[in-house]
Design a protein around this ligand. Sequence first.
Ligand code: NAP
Length: 432
Amino acid sequence: MKTLKVALLGAGNVGSQVARILLEDTEVLAARTGARLELVGIAVRNVDAPREYAAPRELYTTDASALVRGADIVIELMGGLEPARTLILESIEHGATVVTGNKALLAVDGPALYEKADQAGVQLSYEAAVAGAIPILRPITDSLAGDKITRVMGIVNGTTNFILDAMDSTGAEFSDALAEATRLGYAEADPTADIEGHDAAAKGAILASLAFHTRYALEDVYCEGITGVTATDIAAAKDAGYVIKLLAIAEKLDGGVSVRVHPTLLPREHPLGAVRGAFNAVFVEAESAGELMFYGRGAGGSPTASAVMGDVVSAARRLVLGGPGRTDSTIEVLPVLPIDAVSTRYYIHLDAADQPGVLSKISALFAENGVSIESMRQTVHREHGENEGPGSAELRIVTHRAGEAALAATVKAINGLDVINSVTSVLRVEGV
Ligand code: NAP
C-alpha cells in the first residue's frame, strides 16, 4: 500500500483534533483512501505547550518550512496571514496538495493562491473555511456540478447568530447579547470581524465563487454588520412573524451576480429562521434540485477537524488514483453588480407625529418613487395616558419587491418630511 506523507501546521483547537484522527484512525483512513496516511510532523510555536490531544513528543517541531518539504499533503491550521501564506506557497511549489481552514487568508489572498495551485497543477482545498463542520463546498462544486445554482443564502457566522438569537429569545439589547456571547466564549475579545460582517463576507465570497464559477474576493462583497440592530427591531420583526438573521447571500441576477452580507428579516417558518444559537446553515437554490439546506456546527475543534479530514481523504484518493488536481471551475466571468441592482422587499420602521394626513403623505412618497407598500401597521403612543397630550405614531411598513435605489430615494424623501421624527430602521426581507 502506498504511503502518503502528511505534514500538519498547527496543533490548536482544530489541528490537535486532526492529529488525533490521523493517529487514531489510521486503519479506517487507509481502507477509505487506499493509502497509509503517515503524519510526519506537526509544526507549532511551542513544542512543550499542553495540547488537547497529545501526539508523540517527537512529532512536534518549530521548523514548519522544513516540514512541508517532502510532504504529499500539507494541512495548514495555524491561522493568520503569515507564515501561513508563505508555507502554503512553498507547499504548492514542492507539488504538495494543500488543505486549509484559513478563511482570513483566503479572504485576502484566495484568488492568488488558487491561481498558483492551478498553475502548479496541485489541489488546494478549504472545506473547513466555510461553516465549520458543514459539508457545503464539495456539494456545491461536485454534487451540484450538473445543475445551475441560482442562489445561496447562509448563516455562516456563529457569533452573530448567537447574538441575534439571544436578542430574539430574551429581548436583550445588542450590547448585552454581545457581552453574554463573550462571557460564554462565542465571541472573541475583539469581535469586530464577526459583528461587522467581515467574517461572513469572506465566506460569502467563497460561496459565490464556487456557485457561480467566477473568482470573487472580499472587496466584491457588499457588507453590513449587526451593530445597528436594536431590541426594538427584533421585537417588531417578531411581532410581524419574522426573525432577523445575518445572511451571506450570493444571487444570480440579470447581467451578473449580487454578493452581499446584511441583517435580513426572514419569515419565522423559513428553514434558516429555525437555526438557533451558534449553529450555521446554508440554503441553496438550484434550477433542477430546487431548495436544499445544509445545517450543523459552524466551529469547534472536532467539528472543523471533520471538514478538514474530508478534504484530506478526498486528496489522498486522488493521489492514489493519479490525475491532475481538482481545481475550482472558473469558466464564467459574471460581474458583481452594485447593491443598487438588487431588488428585494423591505421593512421600514418610522417614528412620526400623530397628526391627520401623515399616512397619506408617507404613502404618496412611496408611490412617487415606485415602491409599493404591502402592509403598514401603526401604533400610537401618547405623552399623558391613552387619550391625552400630543402623541407620536410608530409605523412599520413592509414593501413589495423594490430596487435599492428606489427604496433609498423613498427613505430620503420621508426623512425630509416635517412630520417625521426619525426613520428608525430599514431592513431587507428575504425568503418570502
Ligand atoms: P489555534 O487554536 O489558535 O491554533 C493555532 C496553532 O498554530 C497552534 O498550535 C500554534 O502553535 C500554531 N501556530 C501559530 N502560529 C505559528 C507559527 N508562526 N509557527 C508555528 N506554529 C504556529 O487555531 P484554531 O482555532 O485551531 O484554527 C486554525 C485554523 O482553522 C484558523 O485558520 C481558523 O480560522 C480555522 N478555523 C477554525 C475554526 C474553529 O472552530 N476553531 C473553525 C473554522 C476554521 P502553539 O500551539 O505552539 O501556539
